[in-house]
Write a protein that binds this ligand. Structure first.
Ligand SMILES: Cc1cc2nc3c(=O)[nH]c(=O)nc-3n(C[C@H](O)[C@H](O)[C@H](O)COP(=O)(O)OP(=O)(O)OC[C@H]3O[C@@H](n4cnc5c(N)ncnc54)[C@H](O)[C@@H]3O)c2cc1C
Length: 461
């Protein structure tokens, strides 16, 4: 099997992205650049994109172990959203009210920035800014819908940012079952993520950025990336490895990789699509604790994912962890429970990948002036747009520009290290269990789960 065939099997998105997926040139000798980046996902690529605009002619090298877009950036749920892993209240506790609002407003603008750049640069990522509808499907979920909107109001976010929906209004977006109400925000686009990340990589190559694939970074040190094919010397080196970060020396406890898994249906017949709704392609979920997420694709499928796969001891990340038949079966039955009309629809693709979670559930970006080492990550599954803000921020920091975005509260934030094993394994898997038990209990009783609230306090949300 050649590289193209193997990488096509990674996800529905990889299977349907235009162009060859054969790895490009490997690094085979020592080289120099002004900026060296480990990882060709969206964090690395957006950083290179904005840097090459800010400093024309700057020498940038990106080193990728597999191919550009191999990781979460190519295989996610395609929600280009304004979600940020730390809530407004949490950011207020961390940095004050103004900073919390600025962070969330910057995320909203970032959604539009991704749409603008992809359109201006001719990257057809099937962009559809239809917002997000969250269905409330039990009294406990309805209470969370009210709480979410109330919190937004406290921070000055109005109806045009987030609106509480009646059951009828929610069903106007999509004909989900058991709907009691919901929440709508316009700040999200559904996209084909592999088209975005591969399109961006192609664009950067055409502008002279050197992207070496099939080359592993074995150490990140001040002034250099040590790789399997040679050393890249550079004033600035950037770690953009998200869920794979624990594999790097010295970074084992920086984040935990937690798997998110996804299924895609066959294209739905028109009559069935009419019954499902989601015509403007809003992304959708319900308000359960263990996150689920879905989108209607440009070719009329539903792509539907969720957490629930176990965390693996010592933060292990392996291709075999991408596929857990029991989780795929649970996703399929949850999707049918949401849209019973899908009962007989075939699932054509099933896949997964690691997301990166920082110990305090807060994403961060930064550049250490003394060492020249920069980083961004810990997006907790909300990285598709956040990587763009990270890339712009890293470009400003490297260029030495003091801007509105370099003053956001996640810049320079240092999350504590995760606990050593076996505590990490016990804690993360217990948390995942609590979330799914709580959802089952809430379905039975209709009352909000106390256990989940307690876990929410553990994560600091
Ligand atoms: C199944 C799934 C669904 C998701 N759904 C959504 C969603 O709908 N919306 C959303 O906002 N976010 C979602 N996310 C999260 C989002 O995709 C990520 O936060 C984001 O793509 C992270 O981008 P990144 O560039 O930092 O990391 P990645 O895209 O993971 O890129 C890291 C790259 O680094 C490379 N690498 C790692 N180690 C090395 C090394 N030692 N040497 C060289 N290269 C290395 C990897 O091969 C990889 O290509 C989802 C994630 C998953 C897995």
């Amino acid at each position: 099997m050649n590289g193209n065939d193997a990488y096509r099997r990674l996800s529905f998105w990889h299977d349907t992205v235009p162009g060859s997926l054969d790895p490009a040139t490997q690094l085979t000798e020592d080289t120099e650049a002004e900026v060296a980046i480990a990882g060709a996902g969206l964090t690395g690529l957006w950083t290179a994109y904005y840097l090459s605009k800010a400093i024309p002619g700057i020498e940038i090298v990106i080193v990728e172990r597999e191919i550009a877009g191999f990781g979460a950036s190519g295989r996610n749920g395609g929600w280009c959203s304004a979600l940020f892993p730390a809530s407004l209240s949490k950011l207020e506790r961390m940095a004050g009210r103004e900073a919390a609002v600025a962070m969330h407003r910057a995320m909203q603008q970032t959604v539009d920035e991704v749409g603008k750049v992809s359109s201006e640069e001719g990257i057809d990522c099937h962009w559809a800014k239809g917002g997000t509808v969250q269905f409330a499907r039990s009294p406990a979920q309805l209470q969370r819908a009210r709480d979410e909107v109330a919190e937004a109001r406290l921070f000055g976010f109005g109806e045009s940012d987030v609106a509480l929906l009646t059951a009828e209004q929610a069903r106007d977006f999509g004909q989900a079952s058991d709907v009691l109400g919901g929440v709508f925000t316009p700040h999200c686009a559904a996209i084909h993520p592999a088209r975005l990340v591969r399109g961006l990589a192609g664009l950067l190559r055409s502008r002279g950025v050197r992207i070496y694939e099939g080359t592993e970074v074995t150490r990140i040190e001040p002034g250099r990336l040590v790789t399997s094919g040679g050393t890249v010397s550079a004033r600035h080196v950037i770690r953009a490895t998200e869920g794979y970060t624990p594999g790097l020396p010295g970074a084992r406890r920086a984040i935990v990789p937690v798997y998110s898994l996804v299924v895609a249906t066959a294209p739905l017949p028109d009559a069935m699509l009419d019954q499902v709704g989601l015509a403007a392609r809003p992304t959708f979920c319900d308000l359960r604790h263990l996150i689920i997420y879905g989108q209607r694709t440009a070719d009329g499928r539903l792509v539907f994912g969720g957490r629930g796969a176990p965390y693996h001891f010592r933060s292990a990340v392996r291709p075999s962890f991408d596929r857990v038949p029991a989780v795929f079966a649970a996703l399929r039955s949850t999707l049918i429970e949401l849209f019973p009309v899908l009962e007989d629809v075939a699932i054509t693709h099933a896949w997964g990948g690691p997301i990166g979670i920082a110990r305090d559930w807060c994403a961060s970006v930064g550049l250490d002036a003394a060492t020249g080492i920069g980083w961004a990550g810990g997006y907790v599954g909300d990285g598709l747009s956040t990587t763009n803000l990270a890339g712009r921020t890293l470009a400003d920091l490297i260029a030495g520009n003091d801007t509105e975005i370099t003053r956001l509260p996640w810049v320079g934030h240092r999350s504590p290290a995760w606990e050593p094993e076996p505590l990490r394994w016990l804690g993360v898997n217990a948390g995942l269990r609590v979330m799914s038990w709580s959802d089952r209990a809430e379905t039975k009783t209709g009352r909000p789960s106390r256990a989940a609230a307690a876990f929410g306090r553990f994560t600091g949300s």
